[in-house]
Design a binder for this molecule. Sequence first.
Ligand SMILES: N[C@@H](CCC(=O)N[C@@H](CS)C(=O)NCC(=O)O)C(=O)O
Length: 392
Amino acid sequence: MRSSLPSLVNSRAATAGPRRWRCDALAIRSMRPASHAGALPRRGEDCGSRSTWTWLRHWSAARLAVTLVALSTPASAGTLDVVKARGTLNCGVNTGLAGFSQPDDKGEWKGLDVDLCRAIAAAVFNDVTRVKYVPLTAKERFTALQSGEVDLLSRNTTWTMSRDTSLGLSFVGVMYYDGQSFMVKKSLGATKVEDLAGASICVQTGTTNELNLADYFHSRDLRYYPVVFEKNDEAVAAYNTGRCDAYTTDSSGLFSERLKLGQNEEHVIFEERISKEPLGPAVRQGDAVWANVVRWTLFAMQNAEELGVASTNASEMLQSKRPEIRRLLGREGSFGKGLGLTDDWAFRIVSLVGNYGESFERNLGAGSRIGIRRGLNALWSAGGLHYPPPIR
Ligand SMILES: N[C@@H](CCC(=O)N[C@@H](CS)C(=O)NCC(=O)O)C(=O)O
């Protein structure tokens, strides 16, 4: 195990008082409370006295002991059991992103990400209404999952390495393959990203988009003026009122926001994408049972589409002779048991929520107000990237 203690440097040079330590990145991180970033020393700066670190070492040992106890507890004592006992799934969703998660005029949450929450509730409770939706901003989302306020994030969140490792989260699959792009007013006359050299660009903080924007322009020596907002609505409003020349986020987000602005024809969304944004559900690290429930709920929706099983025909499909369909619907084998669920878990998902294609079409596709093409989000068998592992 790597020690999280700082490296001792120039110890002989320290003449008076306790020996001082220089900070390395890990030491700095161990000082930072998860919920806020206070004034911390920088790398290489004085990190404090040895006694501070002796204390920290004891604290780390105590933390390790707690972790070991947690690891030795049977996996069945994890989130799935908590959710079953509570009788409701706490699902972290977007504050309002058309097509992904947004309450409709009756206050009912709708969208592709919302359908994953409903599908999990179908699998666990046979009741899609047993979900408490917790709307989270970009900044709030990770703390809400880490602290246990929500059981999962199903909220247009990009699967990145740091989020999947050091942040203590585990991404379980890809719900939507996306990429970052830009929206400008038609009157600006820009059609590609390079046309934005010297432009002011509105972006929300705490997103991959803020980082990609900097990477893209800096690495090409292009000047730009980032105008950063904590709230997405403020970023969009600033763009709309002319404070910025462009607004940038994931391409799907641009389509959703353009819909909110109305007058589609006034706003141009570039085809060009400057990043990969695989958006997917995330759970807390170290709960493999719960990660499987979320992962296989998503794969069940995608496998159902691949096998032609939909909400409209799921009951008839129970009589199918195809072994893949029989396994999906719990007629053959005992696949629910391995998840801690009943064997008709996927039948409930498909009959109560629908398959991935049905969800995509009603929330984002040609039949919806947004009208996004399947593109990368088609199944592999139709030229896209979704390739759900088989149920067997
Ligand atoms: N996929 C990116 C961006 C996700 C994101 O939060 N996008 C913004 C702009 S569309 C959003 O949904 N904001 C809504 C909010 O924070 O309330 C990420 O994971 O960092």
